[in-house]
Ligand binder design. Structure first.
Ligand code: SF4
Length: 428
């Protein structure tokens, strides 16, 4: 990096910090003007078709006829759903409907497992059902269906819409003696989660996960312990050939999400403060070259989840550019909480944001921060809602403990806004 570039990046970081509150308001206004969140997902590489879905249905039927499975009732429902599968389904999430919807990308994972190990395909389908049909509709499961882990608290960038551009978080990072999750804590958490039948780990939190030098080992450990759905976000600035090979060696449908929000250098670098557009493009191309040449059968998938928060971004242009470089591309509008708007409602001020909303976060996830503190969501990235600490309590006790239970009850009884910062948050 030249002296001049360094100075510009420093200035941009400083102005990002000083303009944080104003920008958060602007994003919230822009989002409200859009009339809701829109998600479009296109999976470009898919093995979902009538023949493969039928193979999956036959396997579920065989499993139900020959084995006594704790998830039999769930598998029966999944089988019945798949028999009438709508092949035009493109909405990845299916989160905003009480119906059970499996996106093509999810079926792709199930089909990959069918080839590798049919038992895992059954387990994966049951887990998606529990997450999307049960937990999403506020059924309390024995343990969280998805565990979020923060392998690194810090980030190498300071993106305009990210928590990292809030000086309150930067101060918390400076004050924290733990910026990387320790290996012993990580293995303790994964071992406990596996014993509690958790199938999904997402490496996401407030920092860039690949900054943890043992990150690739963490992925491998999760896979070897039986975690079926492993996902992480990265800004791709740190990606090296060594990392690419380590990730691609994992014989599981690992999902790598590249954080990218524009297709032209100017817009991209204005948003991703500190990143180089050319470097990110070259790193993703390098990853693809290694995958094609050395790991042609790898089940590892790549995705871009573009987040819209202003009119300078051009989703069509971005899609046309990035779709050639990743397996899946999606666009969604930011939510109002993006960039820290969640804290702009004073704890003693008006409590009027979505008062009747029941937030799904406390029913569907737990976030273990790098220092062991546990939170129900990442919208509250300053951890006012902290529900435990894995150094002091087991994950099981935290999930079933009084703190998170009181939060769930408040949400279910229309008292969400008694909690700060839930009172400034539209929830999940
Ligand atoms: S309402 Fe917002 S702050 Fe409260 S639990 Fe849900 S996501 Fe977190």
């Amino acid at each position: 990096m030249t002296e001049e570039n360094r100075d510009t990046t420093k200035e941009r970081r400083e102005s990002a910090l000083s303009e944080h509150d104003q920008r958060a308001q602007k994003i919230a206004e822009w989002v409200r003007g859009q009339g809701g969140i829109h998600i479009h997902v296109n999976r470009y590489v898919t093995i979902v078709n009538e023949k493969t879905v039928n193979e999956l249905v036959c396997k579920i039927q065989e499993e139900l006829e020959t084995n006594c499975n704790a998830d039999s009732a769930i598998l029966l429902n999944v089988m019945s759903y798949l028999r009438k599968y709508d092949f035009t389904t493109t909405d990845e999430a299916g989160y905003d409907t009480p119906d059970f919807i499996l996106a093509k990308s999810e079926l792709d994972v199930a089909l990959q497992y069918l080839k590798l190990n049919p038992k895992k395909a059954m387990k994966y389908l049951a887990y998606r059902y529990k997450l999307k049909k049960l937990a999403n509709n506020f059924s309390l499961l024995d343990f969280t269906p998805v565990l979020h882990l923060e392998s690194a608290l810090s980030c190498n960038l300071m993106c305009a819409m990210c928590y990292q551009s809030d000086s309150a978080l930067q101060n918390a990072i400076k004050a924290s003696s733990v910026k990387l999750m320790k290996w012993d804590l990580f293995t303790k958490v994964i071992d406990e989660a596996v014993a509690l039948n958790c199938c999904a780990v997402v490496f996401a939190g407030r920092g860039e996960p690949t900054l943890n030098p043992r990150f690739s080992e963490m992925l491998k450990y999760c896979h070897e312990k039986g975690i079926l759905d492993i996902k992480f976000n990265t800004n791709a600035m740190t990606l090296t050939e060594k990392m690419a090979r380590e990730w691609l060696s994992i014989k599981a449908p690992l999902t790598i999400v590249f954080s990218v929000d524009a297709a032209d250098k100017d817009t991209f670098e204005k948003i991703r403060i500190g990143a180089s557009f050319d470097k990110v493009v070259n790193n993703i191309k390098m990853f693809n070259r290694i995958r094609n040449e050395e790991f042609p059968d790898s089940p590892v998938r790549t995705r871009i989840q573009m987040v819209m928060f202003n009119n300078e971004q051009d989703p069509e242009k971005a899609k046309n550019f990035w779709a050639l470089l990743v397996d899946e591309f999606s666009v969604r509008n930011a939510n109002c909480e993006q960039a820290g708007n969640v804290y702009q409602n004073d704890p003693n001020g008006p409590k009027n944001v979505c008062p009747d909303k029941v937030c799904r976060a406390p029913f569907t996830r737990l976030y273990v921060w790098s220092d062991g503190n546990v939170n129900p969501c990442e919208s509250d990235y300053l951890s006012h809602l902290q529900v435990g600490n894995v150094y002091k309590e087991s994950l099981h006790d935290i999930w079933n403990g009084p703190k998170i239970m009181k939060l769930r009850i408040a949400h279910m009884s229309g008292k969400k806004n008694n909690y700060y910062p839930c009172n400034g948050c539209s929830g999940h």
